[in-house]
Write a protein that binds this ligand. Sequence first.
Ligand code: FES
Ligand code: FE
Length: 421
Amino acid sequence: DRLRPSDLVDTAAGRIDRRIFVSPELYQLELERIFARCWMFVGHESQVPEPGDFVQAWMGQDQVIVVRQRDGSINAFLNSCPHRGNRVCHAEAGRTRSFQCNYHGWAFGLDGRLRGIHETSAYDREPGWDASGIGLPPVAQIDTYKGLVFATFDEQAPSLGDYLGDFRWYLDVVLDNDPGGTEFVGGSIRSVMRCNWKLAAENFAGDALHAGWTHDSGANAMLGQSVPELAEEESYQVNVNGHGWEFNLDTVGNAATFGDRRVLDYLREQDAHVRERLGDLRARMVGSISSVNVFPNLSFLPGQNTWRTWVPKGPGLTELHTWVLVNRNAPEEVKEAYRRGAMMTFSPSGVFEMDDGENWEYSTRTNEGVVTRRQPLHYALGLDSRIDHPELPGNVFRSQINDANQRAFYARWAELLEDER
Ligand code: FES
Ligand code: FE
Protein backbone atom coordinates (compact mmCIF):
# COMPACT_ATOMS: atom_id res chain seq x y z
CA ASP A 1 0.00 0.00 0.00
CA ARG A 2 1.10 3.50 -0.66
CA LEU A 3 1.83 5.40 2.55
CA ARG A 4 -0.06 8.68 2.67
CA PRO A 5 2.03 11.29 4.48
CA SER A 6 -0.99 13.01 6.01
CA ASP A 7 -2.12 9.71 7.58
CA LEU A 8 1.25 9.33 9.27
CA VAL A 9 1.30 12.66 11.07
CA ASP A 10 -1.45 13.39 13.58
CA THR A 11 -0.62 16.78 15.03
CA ALA A 12 -3.97 17.16 16.81
CA ALA A 13 -3.31 14.08 18.91
CA GLY A 14 0.48 14.47 18.89
CA ARG A 15 1.25 11.13 17.21
CA ILE A 16 3.79 10.30 14.53
CA ASP A 17 4.02 7.07 12.57
CA ARG A 18 7.51 5.58 12.77
CA ARG A 19 7.57 4.50 9.13
CA ILE A 20 8.41 8.07 8.15
CA PHE A 21 11.94 7.36 9.39
CA VAL A 22 12.61 4.17 7.44
CA SER A 23 10.42 4.00 4.34
CA PRO A 24 12.51 4.15 1.12
CA GLU A 25 9.40 5.24 -0.78
CA LEU A 26 8.75 8.21 1.50
CA TYR A 27 12.42 9.07 1.33
CA GLN A 28 12.25 9.33 -2.48
CA LEU A 29 9.18 11.53 -2.14
CA GLU A 30 11.11 13.77 0.29
CA LEU A 31 13.87 14.18 -2.30
CA GLU A 32 11.32 15.13 -4.96
CA ARG A 33 8.91 17.32 -3.00
CA ILE A 34 11.01 18.76 -0.19
CA PHE A 35 14.66 18.88 -1.21
CA ALA A 36 14.00 19.64 -4.89
CA ARG A 37 11.35 22.29 -4.07
CA CYS A 38 12.21 24.08 -0.83
CA TRP A 39 14.77 26.85 -0.51
CA MET A 40 17.93 25.07 0.57
CA PHE A 41 20.81 26.68 2.42
CA VAL A 42 23.87 26.39 0.15
CA GLY A 43 26.45 28.56 1.88
CA HIS A 44 27.44 31.88 3.36
CA GLU A 45 28.45 34.78 1.14
CA SER A 46 31.71 35.04 3.06
CA GLN A 47 32.74 31.67 1.61
CA VAL A 48 32.82 33.09 -1.93
CA PRO A 49 34.03 36.71 -1.66
CA GLU A 50 35.67 37.06 -5.11
CA PRO A 51 34.67 36.15 -8.70
CA GLY A 52 35.70 32.55 -9.35
CA ASP A 53 35.34 31.54 -5.69
CA PHE A 54 33.24 28.43 -5.28
CA VAL A 55 32.00 26.09 -2.62
CA GLN A 56 30.15 22.78 -2.95
CA ALA A 57 26.75 22.23 -1.41
CA TRP A 58 24.09 19.55 -1.34
CA MET A 59 20.43 20.13 -2.11
CA GLY A 60 19.13 16.75 -1.05
CA GLN A 61 21.23 14.22 -2.95
CA ASP A 62 21.89 16.71 -5.75
CA GLN A 63 25.28 18.32 -5.48
CA VAL A 64 25.72 21.90 -6.65
CA ILE A 65 28.68 24.21 -7.10
CA VAL A 66 27.98 27.67 -5.69
CA VAL A 67 30.05 30.16 -7.68
CA ARG A 68 30.68 33.90 -7.42
CA GLN A 69 30.18 35.27 -10.94
CA ARG A 70 32.27 37.90 -12.70
CA ASP A 71 29.50 40.48 -12.19
CA GLY A 72 29.56 39.85 -8.44
CA SER A 73 26.33 37.84 -8.29
CA ILE A 74 26.20 34.27 -7.02
CA ASN A 75 24.88 31.31 -8.98
CA ALA A 76 24.78 27.55 -8.43
CA PHE A 77 25.01 24.68 -10.92
CA LEU A 78 24.64 20.94 -10.80
CA ASN A 79 28.01 19.37 -10.32
CA SER A 80 27.57 16.79 -13.04
CA CYS A 81 28.92 16.79 -16.56
CA PRO A 82 26.25 16.73 -19.32
CA HIS A 83 28.47 14.33 -21.29
CA ARG A 84 28.58 11.16 -19.15
CA GLY A 85 27.60 12.59 -15.79
CA ASN A 86 30.97 12.67 -14.04
CA ARG A 87 31.57 15.28 -11.38
CA VAL A 88 33.20 18.32 -12.90
CA CYS A 89 34.47 19.70 -9.61
CA HIS A 90 36.08 17.57 -6.93
CA ALA A 91 37.40 20.29 -4.62
CA GLU A 92 35.12 21.24 -1.74
CA ALA A 93 35.96 24.91 -2.15
CA GLY A 94 38.46 27.09 -3.96
CA ARG A 95 38.99 29.68 -6.68
CA THR A 96 39.02 28.87 -10.37
CA ARG A 97 38.48 30.23 -13.88
CA SER A 98 36.69 27.14 -15.14
CA PHE A 99 35.60 23.64 -14.25
CA GLN A 100 37.10 20.92 -16.39
CA CYS A 101 35.81 17.39 -16.38
CA ASN A 102 38.37 14.65 -15.70
CA TYR A 103 36.76 12.12 -18.00
CA HIS A 104 36.91 13.58 -21.54
CA GLY A 105 37.99 17.12 -20.86
CA TRP A 106 34.84 19.18 -21.38
CA ALA A 107 35.34 22.56 -19.72
CA PHE A 108 32.73 24.91 -18.27
CA GLY A 109 32.94 28.60 -17.41
CA LEU A 110 31.99 30.24 -14.13
CA ASP A 111 28.54 30.73 -15.69
CA GLY A 112 28.21 26.96 -16.22
CA ARG A 113 28.33 27.22 -20.05
CA LEU A 114 30.38 24.81 -22.10
CA ARG A 115 33.55 26.68 -23.06
CA GLY A 116 35.88 24.17 -24.54
CA ILE A 117 36.15 20.59 -25.62
CA HIS A 118 39.11 18.34 -26.00
CA GLU A 119 39.02 17.04 -29.63
CA THR A 120 36.80 19.92 -30.70
CA SER A 121 37.29 19.05 -34.35
CA ALA A 122 35.43 15.75 -33.95
CA TYR A 123 32.39 17.61 -32.71
CA ASP A 124 32.68 20.37 -35.28
CA ARG A 125 32.30 17.77 -38.03
CA GLU A 126 28.96 16.66 -36.52
CA PRO A 127 25.99 18.09 -38.40
CA GLY A 128 23.80 20.11 -36.08
CA TRP A 129 26.35 20.29 -33.27
CA ASP A 130 25.65 23.37 -31.16
CA ALA A 131 27.76 23.92 -28.08
CA SER A 132 25.81 27.00 -27.01
CA GLY A 133 22.94 25.02 -25.52
CA ILE A 134 25.18 22.77 -23.45
CA GLY A 135 26.25 23.48 -19.91
CA LEU A 136 25.86 22.73 -16.23
CA PRO A 137 22.19 23.29 -15.38
CA PRO A 138 21.72 26.19 -12.95
CA VAL A 139 19.31 26.13 -9.99
CA ALA A 140 15.90 27.67 -10.72
CA GLN A 141 16.27 30.50 -8.18
CA ILE A 142 19.02 31.73 -5.89
CA ASP A 143 18.85 34.50 -3.31
CA THR A 144 20.45 35.65 -0.08
CA TYR A 145 19.23 36.70 3.31
CA LYS A 146 21.74 38.76 5.33
CA GLY A 147 24.73 36.73 4.21
CA LEU A 148 23.05 33.33 3.93
CA VAL A 149 22.75 31.95 0.41
CA PHE A 150 19.71 29.81 -0.45
CA ALA A 151 18.74 28.13 -3.71
CA THR A 152 15.79 26.15 -5.02
CA PHE A 153 15.27 23.84 -8.00
CA ASP A 154 11.63 24.93 -8.15
CA GLU A 155 10.76 27.70 -10.60
CA GLN A 156 7.36 28.06 -8.95
CA ALA A 157 8.74 28.36 -5.41
CA PRO A 158 7.61 31.51 -3.57
CA SER A 159 10.31 34.12 -2.97
CA LEU A 160 12.93 33.41 -0.30
CA GLY A 161 11.41 36.27 1.69
CA ASP A 162 8.02 34.53 1.69
CA TYR A 163 9.59 31.17 2.44
CA LEU A 164 11.30 32.53 5.56
CA GLY A 165 8.37 34.82 6.38
CA ASP A 166 8.28 36.16 9.92
CA PHE A 167 11.14 33.85 10.80
CA ARG A 168 13.41 36.60 9.50
CA TRP A 169 12.57 38.62 12.62
CA TYR A 170 14.17 35.83 14.66
CA LEU A 171 17.03 35.16 12.25
CA ASP A 172 18.14 38.75 12.73
CA VAL A 173 19.05 37.86 16.32
CA VAL A 174 22.08 36.02 14.96
CA LEU A 175 22.49 37.57 11.51
CA ASP A 176 22.00 41.24 12.29
CA ASN A 177 22.97 41.98 15.88
CA ASP A 178 26.00 43.89 14.65
CA PRO A 179 26.34 46.34 11.74
CA GLY A 180 29.24 44.34 10.23
CA GLY A 181 27.05 41.27 9.70
CA THR A 182 28.39 37.75 9.96
CA GLU A 183 30.84 35.35 8.35
CA PHE A 184 31.87 31.71 8.61
CA VAL A 185 35.24 31.06 10.15
CA GLY A 186 37.37 29.06 7.71
CA GLY A 187 36.71 25.41 7.06
CA SER A 188 33.95 22.99 7.84
CA ILE A 189 33.58 19.59 9.44
CA ARG A 190 31.85 16.55 8.01
CA SER A 191 30.66 13.48 9.79
CA VAL A 192 28.26 10.66 9.10
CA MET A 193 25.39 9.51 11.26
CA ARG A 194 23.40 6.34 10.70
CA CYS A 195 20.12 8.10 11.36
CA ASN A 196 17.21 9.64 9.50
CA TRP A 197 17.79 13.35 8.79
CA LYS A 198 14.46 14.37 10.34
CA LEU A 199 15.43 13.22 13.82
CA ALA A 200 18.31 15.67 13.80
CA ALA A 201 16.29 18.51 12.26
CA GLU A 202 13.35 18.14 14.66
CA ASN A 203 15.77 18.01 17.60
CA PHE A 204 17.12 21.45 16.70
CA ALA A 205 13.64 22.78 15.90
CA GLY A 206 12.38 22.20 19.38
CA ASP A 207 13.93 19.54 21.60
CA ALA A 208 15.00 21.46 24.69
CA LEU A 209 13.74 18.48 26.66
CA HIS A 210 16.76 16.30 25.92
CA ALA A 211 19.39 18.87 26.85
CA GLY A 212 19.32 18.49 30.63
CA TRP A 213 19.32 14.69 30.39
CA THR A 214 21.30 13.66 27.29
CA HIS A 215 23.92 16.36 27.69
CA ASP A 216 24.18 16.41 31.47
CA SER A 217 27.26 14.21 31.74
CA GLY A 218 28.93 16.13 28.91
CA ALA A 219 28.22 19.44 30.64
CA ASN A 220 29.63 18.10 33.88
CA ALA A 221 32.74 16.81 32.16
CA MET A 222 33.34 20.04 30.30
CA LEU A 223 32.08 22.80 32.57
CA GLY A 224 32.01 21.05 35.93
CA GLN A 225 28.30 21.79 36.20
CA SER A 226 24.97 20.43 35.04
CA VAL A 227 22.96 21.94 32.19
CA PRO A 228 21.01 24.72 33.93
CA GLU A 229 17.41 23.92 34.66
CA LEU A 230 15.24 25.71 32.14
CA ALA A 231 12.76 28.16 33.59
CA GLU A 232 9.13 28.03 32.49
CA GLU A 233 8.92 31.80 32.74
CA GLU A 234 9.90 33.68 29.61
CA SER A 235 10.60 30.49 27.74
CA TYR A 236 9.04 29.80 24.36
CA GLN A 237 8.78 27.80 21.21
CA VAL A 238 7.93 29.66 18.04
CA ASN A 239 7.40 28.35 14.53
CA VAL A 240 6.78 29.83 11.10
CA ASN A 241 6.26 27.74 7.91
CA GLY A 242 7.73 24.69 9.67
CA HIS A 243 10.85 26.57 10.82
CA GLY A 244 11.29 26.27 14.59
CA TRP A 245 13.09 28.23 17.32
CA GLU A 246 13.03 27.30 21.00
CA PHE A 247 14.54 29.72 23.50
CA ASN A 248 14.35 31.35 26.88
CA LEU A 249 15.21 34.83 28.02
CA ASP A 250 16.83 33.73 31.25
CA THR A 251 20.33 32.70 30.50
CA VAL A 252 21.55 35.34 28.10
CA GLY A 253 25.24 35.08 27.53
CA ASN A 254 25.72 31.85 29.42
CA ALA A 255 25.22 29.25 26.73
CA ALA A 256 27.61 30.95 24.39
CA THR A 257 30.56 31.04 26.67
CA PHE A 258 31.46 27.40 27.37
CA GLY A 259 32.88 29.04 30.43
CA ASP A 260 34.95 31.23 28.10
CA ARG A 261 35.37 34.74 29.48
CA ARG A 262 36.30 36.28 26.12
CA VAL A 263 32.93 35.43 24.60
CA LEU A 264 31.04 36.46 27.70
CA ASP A 265 32.89 39.78 27.87
CA TYR A 266 32.25 40.36 24.18
CA LEU A 267 28.50 39.77 24.56
CA ARG A 268 28.37 42.14 27.52
CA GLU A 269 30.24 44.84 25.63
CA GLN A 270 27.88 44.42 22.69
CA ASP A 271 24.73 44.40 24.78
CA ALA A 272 23.90 48.14 24.72
CA HIS A 273 24.12 48.50 20.96
CA VAL A 274 22.34 45.18 20.33
CA ARG A 275 19.44 46.52 22.42
CA GLU A 276 19.41 49.65 20.33
CA ARG A 277 19.49 47.63 17.11
CA LEU A 278 17.08 44.80 17.88
CA GLY A 279 15.18 45.93 20.97
CA ASP A 280 15.35 44.58 24.51
CA LEU A 281 13.60 41.29 23.91
CA ARG A 282 15.73 40.12 21.01
CA ALA A 283 18.88 41.36 22.72
CA ARG A 284 18.06 38.83 25.44
CA MET A 285 17.91 36.05 22.84
CA VAL A 286 21.53 36.57 21.77
CA GLY A 287 23.46 33.82 23.50
CA SER A 288 20.50 32.32 25.35
CA ILE A 289 20.06 28.55 25.60
CA SER A 290 18.19 27.92 22.39
CA SER A 291 18.17 25.94 19.18
CA VAL A 292 16.81 26.45 15.70
CA ASN A 293 15.90 24.61 12.53
CA VAL A 294 15.16 26.35 9.24
CA PHE A 295 12.98 23.89 7.31
CA PRO A 296 14.01 21.42 6.13
CA ASN A 297 17.56 20.80 7.28
CA LEU A 298 19.54 23.91 8.28
CA SER A 299 20.11 23.99 12.03
CA PHE A 300 22.02 26.16 14.45
CA LEU A 301 22.48 27.01 18.08
CA PRO A 302 22.32 30.78 18.57
CA GLY A 303 24.43 30.55 21.73
CA GLN A 304 27.24 28.35 20.47
CA ASN A 305 27.10 29.60 16.88
CA THR A 306 27.46 26.11 15.48
CA TRP A 307 25.82 26.09 12.06
CA ARG A 308 24.94 22.88 10.23
CA THR A 309 23.04 21.02 7.53
CA TRP A 310 21.73 17.46 7.80
CA VAL A 311 22.38 16.13 4.32
CA PRO A 312 20.24 13.10 3.50
CA LYS A 313 22.07 10.12 2.00
CA GLY A 314 19.28 7.56 2.35
CA PRO A 315 16.45 6.96 4.82
CA GLY A 316 18.91 5.78 7.46
CA LEU A 317 22.00 7.80 6.62
CA THR A 318 22.79 11.48 7.17
CA GLU A 319 25.93 13.48 6.48
CA LEU A 320 26.41 16.34 8.88
CA HIS A 321 28.17 19.47 7.64
CA THR A 322 29.19 21.95 10.33
CA TRP A 323 30.51 25.50 10.24
CA VAL A 324 30.98 28.23 12.84
CA LEU A 325 29.24 31.58 12.39
CA VAL A 326 30.72 34.73 13.94
CA ASN A 327 30.21 38.47 13.73
CA ARG A 328 32.56 39.82 11.09
CA ASN A 329 33.61 42.70 13.31
CA ALA A 330 34.26 40.57 16.41
CA PRO A 331 37.86 40.59 17.66
CA GLU A 332 39.97 37.70 16.36
CA GLU A 333 40.32 36.12 19.79
CA VAL A 334 36.55 36.07 20.18
CA LYS A 335 36.15 34.36 16.80
CA GLU A 336 38.78 31.86 17.85
CA ALA A 337 36.97 31.28 21.15
CA TYR A 338 33.75 30.52 19.27
CA ARG A 339 35.58 28.17 16.92
CA ARG A 340 37.22 26.27 19.78
CA GLY A 341 33.96 26.21 21.69
CA ALA A 342 32.15 24.65 18.74
CA MET A 343 34.93 22.09 18.29
CA MET A 344 34.74 21.10 21.95
CA THR A 345 30.95 20.74 21.98
CA PHE A 346 29.32 20.12 18.60
CA SER A 347 31.91 18.44 16.38
CA PRO A 348 32.74 14.75 15.88
CA SER A 349 35.15 15.05 18.81
CA GLY A 350 32.88 17.35 20.83
CA VAL A 351 31.33 16.22 24.08
CA PHE A 352 27.72 16.88 23.05
CA GLU A 353 27.61 15.68 19.45
CA MET A 354 28.19 12.03 20.27
CA ASP A 355 25.41 12.06 22.87
CA ASP A 356 22.89 13.16 20.25
CA GLY A 357 24.19 10.97 17.44
CA GLU A 358 23.84 7.75 19.39
CA ASN A 359 20.26 8.56 20.37
CA TRP A 360 19.25 9.41 16.79
CA GLU A 361 20.90 6.28 15.40
CA TYR A 362 18.94 4.00 17.73
CA SER A 363 15.76 6.03 17.24
CA THR A 364 16.16 5.23 13.53
CA ARG A 365 17.35 1.61 13.72
CA THR A 366 14.64 0.37 16.08
CA ASN A 367 12.03 1.18 13.43
CA GLU A 368 13.46 -1.48 11.14
CA GLY A 369 11.51 -3.92 13.29
CA VAL A 370 8.20 -4.58 11.56
CA VAL A 371 6.30 -4.82 14.85
CA THR A 372 8.17 -1.94 16.43
CA ARG A 373 7.34 0.40 13.60
CA ARG A 374 3.62 -0.19 14.03
CA GLN A 375 3.80 1.54 17.41
CA PRO A 376 3.10 5.29 17.22
CA LEU A 377 5.50 7.82 18.71
CA HIS A 378 4.47 10.37 21.33
CA TYR A 379 4.67 14.04 20.28
CA ALA A 380 1.91 15.34 22.54
CA LEU A 381 3.72 17.62 24.96
CA GLY A 382 2.12 21.07 25.17
CA LEU A 383 -0.91 20.45 22.97
CA ASP A 384 -2.73 23.38 24.61
CA SER A 385 0.19 25.72 25.03
CA ARG A 386 -0.39 28.16 22.17
CA ILE A 387 -0.38 31.79 23.32
CA ASP A 388 -0.53 35.29 21.92
CA HIS A 389 2.50 37.38 22.66
CA PRO A 390 2.62 41.16 22.23
CA GLU A 391 6.04 41.13 20.58
CA LEU A 392 6.80 37.66 19.21
CA PRO A 393 5.61 36.99 15.62
CA GLY A 394 4.68 33.58 14.22
CA ASN A 395 3.02 30.72 16.10
CA VAL A 396 4.06 31.16 19.73
CA PHE A 397 3.91 28.50 22.44
CA ARG A 398 4.53 28.72 26.15
CA SER A 399 7.68 26.94 27.48
CA GLN A 400 10.63 25.71 25.49
CA ILE A 401 9.99 22.23 26.93
CA ASN A 402 7.33 21.44 24.37
CA ASP A 403 6.68 19.33 21.26
CA ALA A 404 4.96 22.20 19.46
CA ASN A 405 7.80 22.89 17.02
CA GLN A 406 8.23 19.22 16.22
CA ARG A 407 4.52 18.96 15.42
CA ALA A 408 4.79 22.03 13.17
CA PHE A 409 7.84 20.52 11.46
CA TYR A 410 5.96 17.30 10.62
CA ALA A 411 2.81 19.16 9.62
CA ARG A 412 4.88 21.06 7.07
CA TRP A 413 6.60 17.85 6.00
CA ALA A 414 3.26 16.15 5.33
CA GLU A 415 1.83 19.18 3.56
CA LEU A 416 4.77 19.34 1.14
CA LEU A 417 4.78 15.60 0.49
CA GLU A 418 1.07 15.71 -0.34
CA ASP A 419 1.57 18.44 -2.96
CA GLU A 420 1.22 16.49 -6.19
CA ARG A 421 1.80 19.21 -8.74
FE1 FES B 1 32.62 14.87 -18.60
FE2 FES B 1 32.93 13.12 -20.57
S1 FES B 1 31.93 12.85 -18.67
S2 FES B 1 33.74 15.11 -20.42
FE1 FE C 1 21.55 17.73 21.70
